[in-house]
Ligand binder design. Structure first.
Ligand SMILES: [Zn+2]
Length: 469
């Protein structure tokens, strides 16, 4: 890093200008990546959506005017978090039915989902996007009904997103893949450069298996992820073995659906030989520790083994109905704690948790190169954390990483910058929370209007869901 000289920049801290340069001036700390050393008193300049300069001192010589965040003495510039598995609209179901195991929980979810409208799906997604922006999450990979509503919420909030329809139930496999393909091929054109497609296949138990080979082919051809829940429950593994004679990942392999673009979510019940198949394919795994614990699906996702084998692992919150927050910092902490509790050792470190939440998720989501790192030329995705919080003290250069993973929460985030644009500034907190409160009111009215009950899955009638859950 080279030192810069002081430059007077134009607009005030917290302005939400699109496209204008953003300067983080004299941040107390800079953590360029999860395994990087921490630098002090560093400025970062973002221009045209990418990090143009990082260095000691106030700013590079000749920097053009733009938005200035003066983070001297308090701000830690860190890479963005990316939520690599969620169901954004499910924020509408936060706190709806919390204290039940997966099957019973699902029946209540299905009751509501059969009554969903685009408006309600949008409100849930917007709520999720606001929460993520405020919490330092710069992008998410989604799997839910009404993908247009999630895309719209992402665009309005300024987040990166991967969205697409979900192949599930008794859909005609060829038609479902065709629709997924069409959506993925046109997503960026319709929604702009921050939104890309994803081929979503719900799971091997709730989607037509015949769709998988073509879905994988399509994802690879289009250069988008193939996103699927795998080995979430013991029952899923048991049913796969009984019906097909193989474990879920082996089944995907047999179907030609285990590829470089494949993203396997959960994997709590994966066998060690299945990890070998994942590694050989170059596929990614998304760990969702809180959802797994809350729904009591158990299993031990072998995070240490997966990382040691060179498998790319990302982190996700799953939906707010099963988490109940989209706070990726809390998720990173939970990832470490679950491993330590399950394996009785400390081989998973804070650096691993931050790496999977940043670079790991970014790679699985197929985001632009170097997303999840702060360095010149990398995407302008940056989070500024307020290190003055009582819950982080006494924070220093040598324990900043631990403060981020073990102590910080989304409430410590002061600014979130995506593609060089401030999508959240704490000066605008009131605006955000007021909108969220209004959405909450509208959602409560709607939930009241539909009543409560249990239902069979939306993926009936044939129906694989009913048989396995
Ligand atoms: Zn999920």
């Amino acid at each position: 890093m080279r030192p810069g000289r002081g430059v007077a920049l134009g607009s005030k801290c917290g302005a939400m200008g699109a496209g204008e340069p953003v300067l983080l001036r004299r941040c107390r700390f800079l953590l360029p990546c999860a395994s990087c050393g921490v630098a002090e008193d560093v400025s970062v300049l973002v221009e045209d959506g990418v990090i143009a300069w990082m260095g000691g001192g106030p700013a590079p010589p000749g920097a053009s005017s733009g938005t200035v965040v003066d983070c001297r003495g308090w701000g830690a510039a860190i890479p963005c978090l990316y939520n690599a598995h969620t169901h954004a609209s499910m924020s509408l179901l936060r706190g709806y039915y919390d204290d039940a195991e997966l099957h019973e929980w699902l029946q209540h979810m299905w009751y509501v989902e059969q009554r969903l409208t685009p408006r309600v799906a949008y409100l849930g997604a917007r709520l999720a996007a606001l929460e993520m922006a405020m919490g330092g999450t710069c992008g998410f990979m989604d799997m839910y009904f009404y993908p247009d509503e999630a895309a719209r919420a992402a665009v309005e909030t300024g987040l990166r997103a991967r969205v697409g329809p979900v192949i599930m139930g008794d859909a005609d496999p060829a038609a479902a893949v065709e629709e997924a393909k069409r959506y993925a091929a046109s997503a960026a054109k319709r929604w702009g450069p921050l939104v890309g497609g994803v081929v979503n296949v719900h799971s091997i138990y709730a989607a037509p298996l015949e769709a998988l080979p073509a879905a994988a082919e399509a994802a690879e051809e289009l250069g988008v992820p193939l996103h699927i829940h795998v080995s979430e429950t013991r029952r899923e593994v048991y049913e796969a073995k009984k019906r097909y004679g193989v474990f879920p990942v082996e089944l995907l392999h047999r179907l030609g659906a285990l590829r470089r673009v494949t993203v396997l979510v959960h994997m709590g019940w994966a066998a060690s030989w299945e990890l070998g198949l994942v590694r050989d394919a170059g596929a990614s795994i998304i760990h969702c520790p809180v959802s797994n614990m809350k729904l009591a699906t158990a299993g031990h996702f072998p995070l240490r083994e997966a990382l040691d084998m060179g498998i790319n692992v990302g982190l996700g919150t799953d939906g707010a109905a099963s988490n109940n927050t989209l706070d990726m910092l809390r998720e990173a902490r939970a990832a470490v704690l679950l491993q330590r509790h399950s394996y009785w050792d400390t081989r998973v470190k804070a650096t691993d948790a931050l790496r999977i939440a940043t670079e790991g998720s970014a790679k699985a989501m197929m985001l632009p190169e170097r997303a999840g790192r702060l360095e010149p030329g990398a995407p302008g995705d940056i989070v500024v954390l307020d290190t003055r919080s009582p819950g982080l003290q006494p924070v220093r250069r040598d324990n900043l990483l631990q403060a981020i993973v073990y102590a910080a929460t989304s409430r410590d985030i002061a600014y979130t910058i995506v593609n060089g644009r401030l999508v959240y500034a704490r000066e605008r907190r009131e605006e955000y929370v007021e909108e969220a409160a209004k959405i909450g009111e509208e959602l409560n009215k709607w939930l009241e209007s539909i009543g409560t009950g249990k239902a069979e899955p939306p993926c009936s009638p044939r129906n694989a869901c009913r048989k396995t859950h």
